[in-house]
Design a protein around this ligand. Structure first.
Ligand code: NAD
Ligand code: TDX
Length: 330
């Protein structure tokens, strides 16, 4: 199988490449990645992959790479909500124009596409609402990031229906694990503690996220690639709902700090209250199940990874925290 993985030098993409090399020895992988601030060549170090540094919105380059592939797995995106609130333009370009370029290429060459998306396209749920997101939940994105992801999903659905593009989609909840950029919640707090900074909680920290280990997300993507129905959307989640304050206190405790050794900082504008995924169809129809049932254990392994891999993140820490400080979020 000749796989083209866009965004394969990012958090989830790099973990996908690692998992695939271990579980699919016949896969030959090309990564297309622009190596933005979020992409890191070191995440692919020592792996048997071809890395092409380029833009998913570069139609000529994408056409050439797609013509040599059997399957495309599309992770490339601008992925951070906070950044999208300060400058939405790269989100429009990469998430919308980039997905369009990819769709035109897979349409022309008849190549199978899997589009990786987020539960944030559905907006948010009330804290006391027993409901979870399903494939039928109407789209209602809140941020420029989630609006561009929603738009990219709709483009994929339209290309599947109108042009017969062989595509599937998956919408996953919040991932955690190794190689996640330190701008994101969990690695930011871990690396704050490792560098003698105080962790930063937005607002009261009551917002709920549905955490899933990145390897479980990626086995879900493979389940859809292997047996998913073309044109369909699958929700990927592992029943991992926790509020941010609880996660913060777990990090503090596991790293030997007191429960209140953090700061409350300016809340995110338009901050989604709660995400929760109903992954019943993925489990029942495709036989998928998560391997990481214990969030505390997965978190401990993630903390160890950041402690053991300082070289992977340290050079970026100052810049990331300076940016948060400008925004009143440090
Ligand atoms: P990330 O920001 O860590 O990685 C994104 C990668 O895409 C980086 O390597 C970056 O260099 C690359 N990229 C950005 N713009 C590009 C462009 N124009 N051309 C080529 N490459 C480009 O993001 P992530 O957390 O790994 O997310 C990957 C995908 O999964 C995204 O589509 C995101 O929406 C989706 N997703 C993420 C989560 C999560 O919790 N992180 C949850 C659900 C879905
Ligand atoms: O310093 C922080 N303090 C804090 O309280 C940061 C960075 C975040 N938060 C809060 C905001 C959110 O409620 O923690 C929660 C998680 O924040 P992020 O890590 O920024 O993730 P989120 O906005 O939920 O989006 C993530 O999951 C869905 C990914 O970044 C997206 O790419 C994915 O689509």
């Amino acid at each position: 199988m000749r796989l083209l993985v866009t965004g394969g030098a990012g958090f989830i993409g790099a973990n996908f490449v690692r998992q695939t090399l271990q579980t699919r020895p016949d896969a030959r992988i090309t990564v297309l990645d622009k190596l933005t601030y979020a992409g890191n060549r070191a995440s692919l170090e020592g792996l048997d992959v071809d890395l092409v540094v380029g833009d998913v919105a570069d139609a000529a380059l994408v056409d050439k790479l797609v013509s040599g592939a059997d399957t495309v797995v599309h992770f490339a995106a601008e992925s951070h909500n906070d950044n999208s609130l300060h400058d939405p333009s790269p989100f429009i370009q990469t998430n919308l124009v980039g997905t369009f370029a990819l769709l035109e290429a897979v349409r022309k060459h008849g190549v199978r596409l899997h589009h990786v998306s987020t539960d944030e396209v559905y907006g948010d749920l009330e804290l006391d609402d027993p409901a979870k997101f399903t494939e039928q939940t109407p789209y209602n994105p809140s941020s420029p990031y989630s609006a561009t992801k929603a738009g990219s999903d709709l483009l994929v659905r339209a290309w599947a229906r109108s042009f017969g593009v062989r595509a599937t989609l998956s919408n996953c909840s919040n991932n955690y694990g190794p190689y996640q950029h330190i701008e994101k919640f969990i690695p930011r707090q871990i690396t704050n503690l490792l560098t003698g900074r105080r962790p930063a909680l937005y607002g009261a920290g009551l917002n709920v996220r549905d955490w899933i280990h990145v390897d479980d997300h990626n086995t879900g993507v493979w389940a859809v690639l292997d047996a998913g129905e073309l044109g369909r959307t699958y929700l990927i989640g592992a029943d991992g709902e926790l509020d941010n304050l609880t996660v913060m206190r777990m990090i503090l405790e596991q790293m030997g700090h007191g429960p209140d050794e953090f700061d409350h900082v300016t809340d995110r504008a338009g901050h989604d209250l709660r995400y929760a995924i109903d992954a019943a169809p993925l489990r029942a129809e495709l036989g998928w199940a998560p391997d990481y049932g214990d969030f505390a254990a997965g978190l401990a392994a993630t903390i160890d990874w950041y402690r053991d891999n300082t070289a992977w993140w340290a050079a970026d820490k100052e810049r990331v925290e300076a940016r948060y400080a400008e925004q009143g979020q440090a």
